[in-house]
Design a protein around this ligand. Structure first.
Ligand code: SF4
Length: 749
């Protein structure tokens, strides 16, 4: 058993009491998200009705999960916190650093060798501080958490933006930066602005080609990439209970794509069955006993408009399969309209590679449904036009799928089975292609499709879809193929239609695994060594506190135009190797951001010598001369991942301010935690006032107060200047983080 049974026993015996007290205090029926949030207040004496979208609240999550790329920085920070053991159960998962190249076995061997220093560091820190360690090849963080740790009514933080995957088992699971994880592991309060609530009522029932993935692909089209910001999406309705627990997890996983704080479903029979199928009968029995507490109150379900900030209804019976993309996950198109869209936009019609798996779509249901199509293609001798890649979510699911012939079904189509790891989903794909400069299309069952995300190639048009639709398009090799209406030609010249996918939620013979890849911690107090010569790991030094002056005449480092996600700010792929070395990874800072003045990436004006250089190179030269700089950006800056490197790199290179039209939630918090100023234009049109060779001052820091705007003074090169107000969302505590130099510095005050 890898989970903490005593913690869960105590949780389920206390949860109803906590909810009852909260309901009494706030004086009205509660949604499920509210029950879980109020039951996890850090200080029960602070209990009152919190204003959603306004009040900062301190919570006490039950557990922490970290993936290897973000765990390095989280654990480097935790080592500075002076604790002997993590205050809550926590785990590390080695999934991001494995490159997908030849296939699982060879790729894991290569990764184990190439990353040995990092893996040894993570293993030894985990062992010392009582943190569970999942070795390379054990699986992807969210799939492993769902199979082993997620529990209905619980609250978890994870250093990965798709942590909300655990909402498929009714958990409030939130993606955070490493510094937040450190707060929780040190037993400190963890702060979050009380989220707004979006209720999504699901009616009807999925059938045919429609899958759980299509629910979130459609919702992404409704909400857009910003529509869920600072909100929890809570699903309900009879349609919700008809979806499998793993299907629910897929939907919650991709809530990250609309910026939602998290997503969750009420506890039901499908969750109970999943818990039992994955060896957690006791948890299911405890949850069964308090089922009423693990769903929204009856009054809320009867009158959702009164209790949620927004209600959206989706009828599953009418839901069409969707394909979203390219370049953004909210470009949602039903399959019936997709061919026309491909032609109208001139997307490369040839579908070059299909990729199935990842943390988003690796369930037995997903794989067995896709395999049913693979079997038909093989039996009917339908030629497969494009290469197929499978990356299973965990060793348990891979082992079971292999035992049941599912992996064999894919292999008969020539599929390459990659490691149970992130691989192509995070730029760790050594793609074998003839020409990198050719525009090309791929379809994945993953969650994210920003430019360069899968293979680092800006010419790749990535579309996301369900596993079954991904497989159908792979067979056809044509983006304009619609399996619901079109036929394919067999080797002997027959025209056949693919049959609707068929699968089962659970393996008929149960899940099985030989070596799940888990190492329990011993708690041995061994020394953790970091070589000063390492180029992968570097001891962290605290950032300097605020010098008590306004920030004056900072040269503009870059005015970014359009989307600026965490991938643009701190690229993944080959850079993942430096996630434990702040100085080295800072060389990638903002290299993907588009300079608004020349439309280029990684070419900005160095105001010291009037030449164009890489963003990090310019920042370094400013830093060497003791000059601070400022970054200006557009909407939803920092969208995407929870990686705090995107906040630490500018901090390290002496960027003091990010001034944007708006921020993505996790990234805004990460900036605050690292002692940066995250400011927004009070009037978004002021973005247009910023010129390439401006110097910008931020005034009013001596009276830095919650709710009170600061002032930006822009000094143009021609000697003229303009000023305008800039807003912030810092509360008292966060202002203290800024003044101390970072949140972590405050832990030592
Ligand atoms: Fe890994 Fe991709 Fe899932 Fe992130 S979204 S955890 S990179 S599989």
């Amino acid at each position: 058993m890898v989970y903490d049974i005593e913690m869960l026993r105590s949780f389920y015996s206390n949860f109803p009491k906590r909810v009852d007290v909260a309901r009494e205090k706030i004086g009205r029926p509660m949604t499920l998200a509210e029950k879980i949030l109020y039951a996890h207040l850090y200080d029960e004496k602070a209990l009152r009705l919190f204003r959603r979208g306004d009040d900062y609240v301190n919570f006490r999550p039950d557990r922490v999960a970290m993936q290897d790329a973000t765990a390095q920085m989280a654990l480097l920070q935790f080592m500075n916190a002076g604790k002997k053991k993590s205050a809550v159960p926590a785990t590390v998962h080695c999934d991001h650093l494995i490159q997908a190249n030849i296939g699982a076995k060879a790729d894991i061997e290569t990764a184990t060798k190439g990353n040995s220093e990092v893996y040894d560091f993570l293993k030894s820190v985990s062992d010392k501080f009582g943190i569970g360690f999942w070795k390379p090849g054990a699986g992807i963080i969210h799939q492993v958490v769902l199979e082993n740790y997620a529990f209905p009514g619980g609250m978890m933080v994870g250093t990965d933006s798709h942590t909300p995957n655990a909402g498929g088992l009714g958990m409030v699971a939130i993606g955070v930066g490493g510094a937040d994880a450190v707060d929780v592991m040190t037993g400190m309060e963890w702060e979050l602005k009380m989220p707004k609530l979006i209720g999504v009522k699901l009616t009807g029932r999925l059938s045919g080609w429609a899958s759980p993935k299509d629910v979130i692909l459609k919702l992404a089209g409704i909400l857009t990439v910003k529509g869920g910001t600072n909100a929890i999406i809570e699903y309900f309705g009879e349609g919700a209970s008809s979806i499998s627990a793993t299907g629910k997890a897929t939907i919650c996983n991709m809530g990250a794509e609309v910026g939602a704080t998290t997503s969750l479903f009420p506890y039901d029979l499908n969750m109970a069955t999943y818990l039992r199928a994955t060896g957690r009968d006791t948890v299911a029995a405890w949850a069964d006993a308090i089922q009423d507490y693990l769903e929204a109150d009856m009054e809320v379900r009867a009158q959702p408009d009164e209790y949620y900030d927004r209600v959206i209804v989706i009828n599953l019976s009418e839901l069409e399969p969707h394909i979203n993309g390219p370049f953004t996950p909210d470009a949602a198109t039903p399959i019936s309209e997709f061919a026309a869209k491909v032609k109208a936009n001139g997307y490369p019609r040839k579908m070059e590679v299909g990729l199935i798996g990842s943390c988003t779509n690796s369930s037995y249901q997903d794989l067995s449904r896709a395999a049913s199509i693979a079997r038909q293609a093989f039996e009917d001798k339908i030629p497969v036009a494009s290469p197929l890649i499978i990356n299973p979510g965990s060793e348990q699911i891979r082992y079971t799928a292999e035992r049941d012939g599912i992996i064999g079904d894919f292999e008969k189509l020539g599929a390459t089975i990659m490691a149970n790891a992130c691989g192509p989903c995070i730029g760790q794909w050594k793609r074998h292609t003839d020409d990198n400069t050719r525009k090309n299309s791929i379809v994945t069952s993953f969650n994210r499709n920003f430019a360069k995300r899968a293979d680092g190639n800006p010419n790749t048009h990535a579309f996301v879809a369900s596993p079954e639709l991904t497989l159908a398009l792979t067979i056809a090799g044509d983006l304009c193929f619609n399996p619901l209406t079109d036929t394919l030609k067999t080797e002997d010249g027959r025209e056949v239609k693919l049959r609707e996918p068929q699968g089962t939620d659970f393996p008929p013979k149960g899940f099985d695994v030989k070596d799940n890849g888990y190492l329990a911690p011993t708690g041995k107090d061994a020394e953790v060594k970091i070589s000063p010569d390492s180029n992968r790991l570097q001891v962290l030094h605290p950032f300097a506190p605020w010098d008590e002056n306004d920030l004056l005449e900072m040269p503009l480092l870059i005015k970014a135009s359009g989307k600026c996600t965490t991938d643009h700010i701190s690229m993944a792929g080959p850079w993942l190797r430096f996630r434990g070395h702040l100085e080295n990874i800072s060389d990638n800072m903002l290299m993907g951001a588009v300079n608004a003045f020349n439309g280029q990436t990684n070419a900005v004006l160095n105001q010291l010598n009037n030449t164009y250089e890489a963003v990090s190179a310019v920042a370094k030269q400013y830093k060497a001369k003791g000059i601070s700089s400022i970054v200006v950006a557009e909407e939803n800056y920092g969208e995407g991942s929870s990686r705090e490197h995107a906040a630490m790199e500018p901090r390290f290179l002496n960027v003091k301010v990010i001034l944007a039209k708006s921020f993505a939630r996790i990234h805004e918090t990460n900036l605050k935690k690292q002692g940066m100023l995250a400011l927004t234009f009070a009037d978004k049109d002021d973005y247009d006032k910023i010129r390439e060779n401006d110097h910008i001052s931020i005034i009013g820091l001596k009276e830095f107060t919650p709710g009170k705007p600061l002032t930006a003074i822009v000094l143009h090169a021609d000697g003229t200047q303009e000023s305008f107000p800039v807003n912030h969302t810092y509360n008292d505590l966060q202002i203290r983080w800024f003044k101390s130099g970072s949140a972590l510095n405050m832990a030592h005050v």
